[in-house]
Design a protein around this ligand. Structure first.
Ligand SMILES: [Zn+2]
Ligand SMILES: [Zn+2]
Ligand SMILES: [Zn+2]
Length: 405
């Protein structure tokens, strides 16, 4: 009798498989038996279960495939079985795709070639720049060496200069002390001159009295010697140093010779004064005695100015009227020696500038320097004192002399 037990042993029926199992579990084994023959779902070929993945991936003729020209643009969807037919049928379209690719690649090659040329140029330029920079670096290194060398020299110079400055400061202090001593000496001299001037004040008073007496004497003498050529004549206007004008004649009259009276001839009474003034008028002068006294007063005046200002007045002027040069004021009456006339002409000061130059009414466009004044300009305000006979003129003269001192 057949045995229908569910657990009776049996073998797997698939070829090549030797699996032994119970009848009950054989159906479960058959679901996963590697030797089970299966049909391919695409090409219906009978293949063992274990070989089915390899068949589907590489052997099944109905598997999905790509045209070889898909990479350059062929869009056709194919199976592996259709590929040879497609390549034959689409040969021309595939060649066109190839041509496009070739053209594009040639353009790319050309573009890359030009780009390579540019880059080569840049590389060459950068190499040249690099060489230039290296050269600059070398020259800068050389200059740096020179600068450091000079810096060292300058540092040494500064050190030496600092030492010299310290010694120079010491010398400067010594010089300051010497200058202070000299200033003190000069101050003492100026103070002594001030005292001398105060002592001279009574002397000046006596001079004025003497001047008045001398003028009276001249007036008396002119009456006695009216024909004397060397003395002022009565009724005429006499100017110092030769300017002579007759009353009622033209202003530009002919000059006379300068008076030749000497101090010894007419002023013997002044010898004590001459000695007191240190021989300031020791040599005979070609002036009237009255004008010589006036010159002495002017010298005292200029001496006082020199003491006050600390410098001599007009000491550089060389002309015979240096004492008056530079001291004129506007409206002063002067005599001017005209070279074209070879003559002294009466003139009036019309302008005085800050440097002592003057302008006269005869030459309104000419500034006469102090040096020229000492040769060509002389005062003529004293004509009344020299020529007049009354006491009023003497009184005016005394006043003006007093103011000038
Ligand atoms: Zn089996
Ligand atoms: Zn298949
Ligand atoms: Zn294709």
């Amino acid at each position: 009798m057949p045995h229908d037990c569910r657990f009776r042993p049996t073998r797997c029926p698939n070829v090549g498989c030797g699996e032994r199992a119970s009848v009950q579990s054989l159906s479960i084994h058959d679901e996963c038996c590697k030797f089970k023959l299966l049909s391919c779902q695409k090409c219906s070929e009978i293949i063992r279960r274990s070989e089915m993945p390899a068949h589907a991936a590489a052997a099944c003729p109905e598997r999905e495939a790509c045209c070889a020209f898909a990479a350059i643009g062929c869009p056709t969807a194919l199976t592996q079985r259709e590929v040879p037919t497609h390549l034959d049928e689409c040969y021309n379209s595939h060649m066109l795709l190839m041509l496009q690719v070739v053209v594009q690649q040639q353009e790319t090659i050309d573009r890359l070639g030009s780009r390579v040329g540019q880059l080569e140029g840049l590389l060459l330029a950068s190499e040249e720049q690099k060489e230039a920079q290296e050269s600059n670096v070398r020259s800068l290194e050389i200059k740096m060496g020179e600068v450091f060398g000079r810096l060292g020299g300058l540092e040494q110079t500064v050190k030496d200069g600092a030492k010299a400055d310290r010694s120079a400061n010491l010398d400067g202090a010594h010089r300051k002390e010497e200058l202070a001593a000299k200033i003190a000496t000069v101050a003492a001299v100026v103070e002594g001159q001030g005292k001398t001037l105060s002592e001279l004040a009574p002397l000046c008073d006596r001079l004025r009295v003497l001047q008045a007496a001398t003028a009276h004497k001249e007036a008396a003498g002119s009456e006695d010697n009216s024909s004397n050529e060397g003395a002022p004549r009565s009724g005429s206007v006499f100017f110092p140093n030769g300017y002579h004008r007759e009353p009622g004649t033209r202003t530009t009259t002919t000059p006379t010779k300068p008076a030749t009276n000497s101090l010894h001839a007419h002023g013997s009474g002044l010898s004590w004064l001459k000695a007191a003034l240190g021989g300031a008028s020791s040599k005979p002068v070609k002036q009237t005695p009255g004008s010589e006294v006036d010159d002495m007063l002017k010298k005292i005046k200029s001496k006082a100015k020199g003491s006050a200002l600390g410098s001599p007045v007009a000491s550089h002027l060389q002309g015979p009227y240096a004492d008056s040069a530079g001291s004129y004021k506007i409206h002063d009456l002067v005599g001017y020696f005209s070279e074209s006339h070879s003559d002294w002409l009466p003139a009036t000061i019309t302008k005085v500038d800050g440097e002592g130059c003057v302008v006269i009414d005869l030459k309104p466009n000419t500034h006469i320097s102090q040096e020229d004044q000492s040769h060509k300009v002389r005062p003529r305000e004293r004509r009344a004192a020299d020529g007049a006979e009354d006491g009023l003129a003497h009184e005016d003269e005394t006043k003006s002399s007093g103011h000038s001192i």
